[in-house]
Design a protein around this ligand. Structure first.
Ligand code: HPA
Length: 281
């Protein structure tokens, strides 16, 4: 099943028929909001508001582990994270979509693993899935993130953006900053030198944790503003949220078509379903 995680300015998914809101308790606490079970074109999907229904969770305090664990427990196999980002690459214009393919991580305070060895919470496996067993056994895991984003889900997203005639860029490096403050102009110049195309505050550790659960994960970034120092004026949260609102209709089209085109992950030629093989110590 497909799941969507909505970022700043996207607290529900218009166009979906809501079935129920599920309160989930995970070994890592409660997700940032109830998980919404919804239907589109006869297919079931999940939706979760990353920052909470009323944006109560700043980027560094989002319960990323609970969010991903809850989606996996409710049957998600593929997750699309929808993220507002600042544009660093001069080719990017506010309003563009970017399907990123790499990340640079400058976050500082966030747990990036479910598997904390002897420090793991006690846990009884529910369905006998590999990630449940590793947690129950209090294992330590070093997951490979050479290519963190699912190539198949990215391909599907690109096809959908193409079909919907939307301006998008396939590929690009996402720089994750700790926030909640925005970046300095010098930081953005440094990130540009390192090859970052966009900057945001949430896709790490989300993609890493998805990989630790063997989920297929892709990021759909929406450029909401030129990154700090580029436009020569101060940045505001207002412009981020107002751009996301302006893009809501397009995001809805992308989501609906993606759901329509998604036929499960079984034939996919990627390594997302095998990330835990040989990863534990
Ligand atoms: N920086 C970090 N995160 C963001 C930005 C930005 O400029 N815009 C939207 N999210």
């Amino acid at each position: 099943m497909l799941a969507f995680i909505g970022g700043s300015g996207l607290y529900d998914l218009p166009g979906l028929e809501i079935l129920e809101e599920v309160e989930v308790e995970t070994p890592f606490g409660k997700p940032s909001a109830p998980v919404v079970r919804a239907r589109a074109g006869g297919k079931e999907v999940l939706f979760l508001a990353r920052h909470g229904k009323n944006h109560e969770y700043p980027p560094h305090r989002v319960p990323y582990r609970a969010n991903l664990w809850a989606l996996a427990e409710l049957g998600a196999t593929a997750v699309v994270g929808i993220n507002a980002v600042g544009g660093i690459d001069p080719l990017l214009r506010p309003g563009d979509f970017v399907v990123v393919d790499q990340f640079l991580d400058f976050t500082k305070s966030r747990p990036q693993t479910f598997y904390e060895g002897k420090f793991s919470p006690d846990y009884e496996p529910k369905k006998g899935k590999k990630h449940e067993l590793l947690l129950a056994q209090k294992k330590v895991v070093h997951v490979d993130v050479s290519h963190p984003f699912c190539s198949e889900l990215r391909r599907l997203l690109a096809a959908v953006l193409e079909e919907e005639n939307l301006r998008y860029h396939l590929g690009g490096t996402y720089a994750a900053t700790e926030g909640p403050r925005l970046e300095s102009a010098a930081e953005i110049r440094a990130l540009a030198l390192l090859g970052a195309a966009v900057v945001g505050m949430t896709m790490v550790p989300e993609v890493v944790l998805a990989r630790e659960l063997q989920l297929h994960y892709a990021g759909l970034c929406v450029v909401t503003n030129p990154a700090a120092g580029i436009a020569g004026r101060r940045l505001t949260s207002e412009e981020v949220v107002s751009m996301m609102k302006r893009k809501e209709e397009e995001i809805k089209r992308v989501v609906l078509r993606l759901v329509e085109r998604f036929e499960g992950t079984s034939g996919w030629n990627c390594d997302c379903g095998r990330t835990l093989e040989g990863a534990e110590i």
